[in-house]
Design a protein around this ligand. Sequence first.
Ligand SMILES: [Zn+2]
Length: 209
Amino acid sequence: MTALVPMIEQLRCSNTPECAKPRRTEVEAALRTLIRWTGDDPDRPGLRETPARVTRAFEEYCAGYAQDPVHILQKTFEEIDGYDEMIILRGIRFESHCEHHLAPIIGRAWVAYVPNGRVVGISKLARVVEAFARRLQIQEKMTAQIANTINDVLEPQGVGIIIKATHHCMTTRGVHKPDTDLVTSRMLGCFRENPLTRQEFLAMAGLAP
Ligand SMILES: [Zn+2]
């Protein structure tokens, strides 16, 4: 658990001046500036409410900063009659935003672990994915954050995470490659050490025969 504390500190916004939360009116003013910069008129009827709407949308996109993934995983169940096989929640759909362009990242996550005497409610695995997805992200970091948090809090025999996602910063702009997706994975414990466990998990995610 000791390694967890600095990680969690990094995820939380400290109250440094550069990080103090701007007021809603400041965000709306910034969005009016962005609209003016495109060449359009923020005062025309169709755009008048847009800054407020976009601000509310970003509130939703970034709701994960207010969620504590460690707390989500803290309630566990120990009456499992010795169950020690792999538990996989497959294809958890998520929406995130890339930290480089604020463009959508749309994907699915496969979350697996082999318990070590206790299990967590399955919806909690999906909530952990949500808590990390609803932030400004890069997929590689998000994959590692989900795996590390489950590993640190549940202390299972192993954790495997696979994420497949399309990045709108490369499908709808930039290099414009619409049919690509990015696959990332992080394997810990028995998923890293035991090729059979790893193989079983990859097969479940459609990445191995
Ligand atoms: Zn991007």
